[in-house]
Design a protein around this ligand. Structure first.
Ligand SMILES: C[S@@+](CC[C@H](N)C(=O)[O-])C[C@H]1O[C@@H](n2cnc3c(N)ncnc32)[C@H](O)[C@@H]1O
Length: 268
C-alpha cells in the first residue's frame, strides 16, 4: 500500500465511520439503533440506494463501513458482496451479519483493484467512499469494469460547493488568516481521512464519463445544516458558536444546491 492509501487506511481503521457517535455495542438492538439514527439523519439513502429493487440481483458494495446499508441489501434478497479497505469495517459488518443471521461475501480489499471478473455485478453501490481513495478515477473505472452492461452504479461522493466546505474554509482558512487556502486543500486536510476530495457536478460527470448515462443530484445534509454531531473529527468552540447562529430555515429554503453529498446514478 502506498503512503497516501496507508494514511486513508489508518484513519478509518482507527475508527469506522460513525462508530463512536452512533454504535454502542454489538447486539441486534445496538445495530438497529445505529441504523435508525443513520436513516433519520440521511433519509435520502433509502430512495437512492433502492434497497427494494435488488432481490436476486448480484450486488457489490464498496466500502461497507459499519454495514447498515449492507444489511438492507441482504434483507432485500440481494446476492451480496462487500469490500472495505479496513479489517475493522469488515469485522463490524461480519458481526452485524452474524447477529442477524444474514449472508454476504465480505473481504478486505481495495476499491482501486477489485478481485472480481469483468461484468460480474448487476448493481454496484458505494456511499461516501470513493472520494477517500487516492485514485478515485481508478476506483470508478473498477466499478465500471465489474458491472454488467446495462448495470447500475449508485455512488455518493462529496460535492465541492457545499456549506460544510464553506464552514471548514471559515474555520481553517479565514480564521487562520489563510483565506487563499484552496477548497481542494480544505477537504483534503480537514474533513475526514487525509486526501479526501470533493467534486463539482461537471467534474463528477467527467469522472463517470465511461458510463452510458450519468445523473448527479446534490443534497443538503445534517452536516450542512449542523443538525447533528456532524463527524467524529469536529468539535470545539467555533462549531458550538456556529451551531447556535446557523440560519437553518434560510439554508433549507435558499441553499439546497450547496449540500455536501452528490448522489450519482450511472448506467453502463
Ligand atoms: C465514510 S466511510 C463510509 C462507510 C459506509 N459506506 C457508510 O456510509 O457508513 C468510508 C469507508 O471507505 C473505506 N475506504 C476508503 N478507501 C477505500 C478503498 N480504496 N477501498 C475500499 N474501501 C475504502 C474506509 O475504510 C471506510 O470504511
Amino acid at each position: 500500500m502506498n503512503e497516501s492509501k496507508q494514511a486513508v487506511h489508518d484513519f478509518w481503521n482507527a475508527e469506522s465511520c460513525g462508530e463512536s457517535l452512533y454504535l454502542t455495542g454489538s447486539t441486534p438492538d445496538d445495530y438497529l439503533r445505529q441504523s435508525a439514527i443513520r436513516y433519520s439523519l440521511e433519509p435520502f439513502i433509502r430512495d437512492f440506494a433502492g434497497f427494494d429493487c435488488v432481490n436476486r440481483k448480484k450486488v457489490l458494495e464498496i466500502g461497507t463501513g459499519l454495514g447498515a446499508d449492507h444489511q438492507k441489501f441482504s434483507e432485500a434478497g440481494a446476492i451480496l458482496y462487500g469490500i472495505d479497505l479496513t479489517r475493522r469495517a469488515v469485522e463490524h459488518s461480519q458481526r452485524r451479519f452474524r447477529v442477524f443471521g444474514l449472508n454476504t461475501n465480505l473481504q478486505v480489499a481495495d476499491a482501486e483493484d477489485l478481485a472480481f471478473e469483468n461484468e460480474a455485478f448487476d448493481f454496484v453501490y458505494s456511499w461516501g467512499v470513493l472520494h477517500h481513495t487516492p485514485n478515485t478515477e481508478r476506483a470508478v473505472a473498477e466499478a465500471f469494469r465489474v458491472l454488467k452492461p446495462g448495470g447500475t452504479a449508485k455512488v455518493m461522493i462529496y460535492h465541492k460547493y457545499s456549506l460544510v466546505g464553506f464552514m471548514l474554509w471559515m474555520r481553517y482558512g479565514l480564521l487562520r488568516l489563510k483565506p487563499m487556502t484552496s477548497m481542494r486543500e480544505i477537504y483534503s486536510q480537514y474533513l475526514e481521512s487525509p486526501g479526501t476530495k470533493a467534486y463539482s457536478i461537471s467534474e463528477a460527470r467527467e469522472l463517470f464519463r465511461e458510463f452510458t448515462t450519468v445523473d448527479a443530484e446534490v443534497v443538503l445534509t445534517h452536516g450542512d445544516l449542523l443538525s447533528s454531531a456532524v463527524g467524529q473529527r469536529h468539535r470545539g468552540l467555533f462549531l458550538k458558536v456556529t451551531r447556535l447562529i446557523w440560519p437553518r430555515w434560510a439554508i433549507r429554503t435558499f441553499c439546497k444546491r450547496f449540500g455536501l453529498f452528490m448522489l450519482i446514478t450511472a448506467t453502463k
